[in-house]
Design a protein around this ligand. Structure first.
Ligand SMILES: Nc1ncnc2c1ncn2[C@@H]1O[C@H](COP(=O)(O)OP(=O)(O)O)[C@@H](O)[C@H]1O
Ligand SMILES: Cc1cn([C@H]2C[C@H](O)[C@@H](COP(=O)(O)OP(=O)(O)O)O2)c(=O)[nH]c1=O
Length: 218
């Protein structure tokens, strides 16, 4: 049974780049690895709906609870593929997983309601939806200004023509998301965590150096 490794962090911190680099490096060293990213835009009922709401196209408001259930359902719909990947690979790398749901939806409610909502999401996904807990999660810590620049460099997304989607456009939300991740890491929610500093002196470290540091943790 393969190890489940999660790459987490705010928008534009380099998760997808690190996840793909890690996968290539593991495969090159003889450990079979695969990346599974969430949300599954266009591939699940929930993923289609999430794409619409991130593009600002929902005709009704999407509450934090409704969004939480959609993101959780997206993973639940993909659970057979997760199990299959774990059975056939040494390492399964997730580009976002349950902690994303906790950090983002927890950032959309008032401060006192945040931790109870995050705990509710963890129970929904792990206990009700039977999603496996990660063996290790890595939090990519990239300064805010740098992440903002990196979002603008991103290739065109499948679900929106905009440079910033609904969540990325909300700067105060992004700051609360970061604080929630820090709380999740500090409390060791969902399993063990390591923090990876992705930049030095205001510039991103080379992707290879970030990947080497991650491999040393797993
Ligand atoms: N270590 C790095 N050095 C330079 N550019 C990077 C690095 N990591 C990511 N990028 C660039 O930043 C942008 C956002 O990266 P991405 O991996 O898509 O972030 P995320 O998945 O966290 O949103 C992309 O254009 C990517 O090529
Ligand atoms: C997977 C996941 C993502 N999200 C949020 C984080 C992001 O702001 C947004 C889109 O995810 P992401 O895949 O990072 O978007 P992009 O294609 O721009 O890289 O959804 C949640 O709120 N909960 C979740 O469970």
């Amino acid at each position: 049974m393969g190890k489940l490794i999660v790459i987490e962090g705010a928008d534009g911190v380099g998760k997808n780049t690190a996840a793909l680099g890690l996968c290539d490096a593991l495969n090159a060293s003889g450990r079979s690895a695969v990346v599974i990213g969430f949300p599954r835009y266009g591939e699940t009922v929930a993923g289609v709906t999430i794409g619409r709401f991130l593009a600002g196209e929902m005709p009704v408001p999407v509450t934090a609870e409704a969004a939480a259930v959609l993101y959780a359902l997206d993973r639940r719909e993909w659970l057979p593929r997760i199990i299959e990947a774990r059975d056939t690979h040494d390492v399964v790398i997730f580009d976002r997983y349950i902690a994303s749901n906790m950090a983002y939806q927890g950032a959309r409610v008032e401060a006192a309601a945040s931790r109870p909502l995050m705990d509710w999401i963890a129970r929904l996904e792990v206990e009700q939806f039977a999603l496996p807990r990660p063996d290790l999660s890595l939090y990519l810590d990239t300064p805010w200004e740098l992440a903002r620049e990196l979002i603008l460099q991103k290739a065109q997304r499948s679900y929106t023509d905009r440079s910033f989607d609904e969540y990325e456009a909300d700067i105060a939300l992004q700051q609360r998301v970061r604080a929630n991740y820090e709380a999740i890491v500090a409390a060791g929610l969902l399993g063990p965590w390591r923090v990876v500093q992705t930049s030095t002196d205001g510039a991103m470290r080379p992707r290879e150096a970030i990947v080497r540091e991650i491999i040393a943790h797993i």
